[in-house]
Design a protein around this ligand. Structure first.
Ligand code: SF4
Length: 420
């Protein structure tokens, strides 16, 4: 369910079915041009479609003029409490202005900004945060934080519509993941404008990434959300961009660069997989093709569930195998696995063909068959999963249909069943 309306931020479409836009925010003092531009370039390289910069002082507006001129991606000015700065940011050429209509000094000031934005053709992001709802919604907030967030956003939307300004996207942000999900679901049903998604103060790289993946991923999987920002407590804004991309790639919403898959490892692992996977992940960052690369900790299961991968390695104590799309390519000594894998990927990148040397492939296949045979009795996680799957399929074939859960039926033993 994409938003009905679409806006354009510096030429990048947001909403209306456009690809979900990745954005981040610089962590530098905006007036420090050298540091800010370095970060803007870094996040653009990492895949940000647009970038937001804080504009809390006049000297930041001065820097903003240069940033807008030199940035490779559209620039959003982040304004709080001061509508004069919003007017100056629009005059400075910002591609979008983010403000909270509730803290900018009243409807007259919002009207002034909307008039300037209309004249300049500058879109806005209007938003509410759970920590700064208008006073008249505080009681509702105590009863239902979700309703209060949605009501605040809806009021701002109505205000902008009364001002005949409709060139905006809307954000509802909360530190609470379930509230963020519920509020955005509700808002998406009520307004036609694009939605900006984020979890406020999500946390560190680890916890923040997880919270964002759960919150934003749930909404995006439902088709709610047109642009995302991952908020992480790190000075490296490009990390936020990488996490955003991983979420979009996991949901198959957008493609960017390779996808790395790796087994979780277990007691059968025979090499230092932590180091190898980290090295492969780092080296893959240099590639633009959306190839899938698999790393298996042992060859006991053969290539198995990684057979769809464009390239992969599977290791053993002294030797390992390079494979492609389910077929062995060559057997190599353990310490050459990573370099040989990248040599194969490079050949593919330059010719768009997987290069197969029949002799090496046959040698690799024989090696793999021997390892599989030697370990045929091993109950690996993959084999256990396959056995469980087969057993479930068999059970489904012979078992009578089970009672199914149904809300409309009578309660039996504290649960609700409908008998077939
Ligand atoms: S058995 Fe599976 S999980 Fe364990 S190391 Fe081998 S491939 Fe990885």
């Amino acid at each position: 369910m994409a938003s009905e309306r679409q806006i354009s931020v510096g030429g990048v479409p947001v909403g209306g079915g456009a690809p979900v836009v990745v954005q981040t925010m610089t962590k530098t003092e905006t007036a420090n041009l050298e540091a800010t531009m370095a970060q803007v370039r870094k996040v653009a390289e990492a895949g940000a479609d647009m970038v937001r910069v804080a504009v809390p002082r006049d000297k930041d507006v001065e820097a903003l003029k240069v940033i807008v001129r030199d940035s490779p991606i559209p620039v959003i000015a982040d304004i709080h409490f001061n509508h004069t700065l919003a007017l100056k940011a629009i005059a400075a050429g910002a591609h979008c202005v983010r403000l909270n209509p509730g803290n900018i000094g009243g409807p007259d000031k919002v009207a002034e900004v909307a008039a300037a934005a209309t004249a300049a053709g500058t879109p806005m992001r209007i938003g509410v945060n759970s920590g700064s709802l208008p006073r008249h919604l505080h009681e509702l907030e105590r009863e239902s934080p979700v309703e209060a967030l949605v009501a605040a956003a809806a009021e701002f939307v109505e205000l902008m519509e009364r001002l005949s300004f409709q060139d905006f996207k809307v954000s509802i942000k909360s530190t609470n993941v379930p509230n963020t999900i519920a509020a955005n679901r509700l808002l998406a049903q009520r307004i036609p404008y694009p939605l900006h998604l984020g979890i406020t103060e999500a946390g560190t790289r680890w916890t923040g990434s997880l919270k964002s993946a759960v919150g934003l991923g749930t909404l995006l999987a439902d088709g709610v959300g047109d642009t995302i920002r991952i908020s992480l407590s790190t000075f490296h804004a490009e990390e936020e961009v990488k996490v955003a991309w991983e979420i979009l790639k996991a949901l198959k919403l957008r493609e960017r660069g390779p996808v790395l898959i790796a087994c979780p490892t277990c007691g059968r692992l025979q090499f230092d997989m932590d180091t190898v996977v980290a090295e492969i992940e780092r080296r893959l960052e240099a590639y633009a093709d959306p190839i899938e690369v698999a790393v298996l900790g042992c060859a006991v299961n053969g290539i198995g569930e990684a057979s769809h991968a464009d390239f992969g390695i599977t290791g053993a104590k002294d030797e390992g195998l390079i494979f492609s799309r389910g077929k062995p390519l060559r057997k190599v000594p353990q310490d050459q696995l990573v370099d040989t894998l990248f040599a194969e990927i490079d050949k593919y990148a330059s010719s768009r063909k997987v290069h197969v040397d029949e002799g090496s492939a046959a040698e690799g296949a024989a090696w793999l068959a021997r390892i599989e045979e030697e370990n045929a009795g091993e109950l690996t996680p993959e084999r256990i999963a396959a056995m469980e799957k087969a057993a479930a399929a068999q059970e489904a074939e012979v078992a009578p249909e089970r009672p199914r859960l149904d809300e409309d039926a009578s309660p039996v033993d504290g649960r609700r069943f409908t008998r077939a």
